[in-house]
Design a protein around this ligand. Structure first.
Ligand code: UD1
Length: 366
């Protein structure tokens, strides 16, 4: 009988990447998949809602690790995942993206000599102040199958000495999910729920330490949002991390401006519906840089660098860091019709899941 493989998810950005792969692996010739959820994200609106909306089945294994410092969270995932791996000994483990669950599970599997496949391998911001960069580098060094979304990823891996045969440019799984769910997201007419009309609002998200941990930086960003929400209302779904920082810094008043619609984190369809209809998106999310490029919506990326350079070079993203003057300038370029042109990205075509499943079936007997 063909071997069993584990597909691991842990945090919000993993769910939309694993959904198309699971679908492809579980259509004939069906592979046997054990779906593992580490529980790094556990709130209904950070986890369950994505399973429901994306039709992901109930996980076979829940590690229920919850939040903690990086070392404690990573260690707890490793301890619990090791027990599961020793009991089930799968033929391979698939991890996605760059969150702590990705690193913890690949390290645990590699030590038990179980092969690892990494979805979204090779991306590099070259900024080790980001915990995600460390997670990416370690995971890629350990992985046996590296599935890559854009050419820069291939080049980065080759430069790090990873064998060419392990690297596969398969495109972008998250964009498979986007194309599949877009009609549903549009049908729901999400802007109307917020009293807004298509292209007459902006969407803002931020949760990176570089933007929300320093009260001075956070205060400046919130003041700027207040200012730019006068010409264009802004919907601002607030990540739990950001909510906590705003409250701790005593900045909650900044969210009471009439142009800002502050909400809890949104479901997949709600966020996609807003993103697709927005005039502009301001975000520090890696995923939304890619999604806005696929949708052709201008994206001001609130970061100094990006591990997804194709979204800047050929897509709709511009790096603006957290400098109010730069953000303001690009914001008005968009509003006044001066923004750059973009192109479609090769292999971001809705079929990456099938290509990934093919590579995995060829690499492992599953
Ligand atoms: C994690 C990822 C980040 C990703 C982001 C998407 C790492 C290192 N970072 O960051 O790459 O962009 O997910 O959301 O893995 N919390 C809740 N409910 C939850 C989950 C978290 O309230 O369901 C709160 C907790 O206070 C927690 C904090 O958010 O301490 C941060 O959560 P954590 O998973 O550590 O990191 P994120 O900032 O979400």
């Amino acid at each position: 009988m063909a071997g069993l493989i584990d597909c691991v998810v842990g945090a919000r950005p993993n769910f939309m990447k694993i959904a198309p792969l699971l679908r492809a692996l579980e259509t004939p010739p069906c592979s046997r998949v054990c779906l593992v959820h580490t529980g790094q994200h556990y709130d209904t609106n950070m986890s369950d809602v994505f399973f429901e909306q994306l039709g992901i089945r109930v996980p076979d294994v829940l590690l229920e690790v919850g939040s903690d410092t990086h070392a404690r969270q990573t260690a707890r995932i490793m301890e619990r995942y090791e027990e599961h791996l020793i009991a089930s000994h799968p033929a391979g483990v698939v991890v996605a993206g760059d969150v702590n669950s990705t690193l913890a599970c690949s390290l645990t599997a590699a030590k038990l000599q179980i092969p690892v496949a990494h979805l979204e391998a090779g991306l590099r911001s070259f900024d080790r102040r980001m915990p995600e960069e460390i997670n990416r580098i370690v995971t890629d060094a350990l992985a046996d199958v590296l599935l890559v979304t854009e050419e820069s990823g291939q080049q980065n891996l080759l430069l790090e000495g990873i064998g060419e045969k392990k690297i596969h440019l398969i495109g972008n799984l998250m964009i498979d999910t986007l194309y599949r769910e877009l009609p549903r997201a549009r049908d729901l007419n999400i802007p109307a729920r917020f009293g807004l009309q298509e292209r007459r609002f902006g969407l803002v998200t931020m949760h990176r330490p570089s933007n929300v941990d320093d009260p001075a930086v956070l205060g400046r960003l919130l003041a700027l949002l207040n200012e730019i929400s006068r010409p264009l209302p802004l919907v601002f779904p607030i990540h739990p991390r950001t909510r906590a920082r705003i409250e701790a810094a005593g900045l909650a008043d900044a969210l009471r401006s009439p142009g800002i619609v502050a909400t809890d984190p949104l479901g997949y369809h709600e966020n996609l519906g807003l993103m697709a209809a927005a005039r502009i998106v301001l975000t520090d999310s890696g995923g939304m840089q890619e999604e806005t490029t696929a949708l052709g919506v201008p994206c001001l990326t609130l970061r100094e660098n990006t591990e997804r350079p194709i979204t800047v070079e050929r897509g709709t993203s511009t790096l603006v860091g957290n400098d109010p003057d730069l953000i303001r300038r690009h914001f008005f370029d968009v509003l006044e019709g001066r923004y750059k042109r973009h192109e479609m990205i090769p292999l971001w075509d809705g079929h990456a899941g099938k290509r990934a499943a093919l590579v995995l079936r060829q690499a492992w007997v599953i």
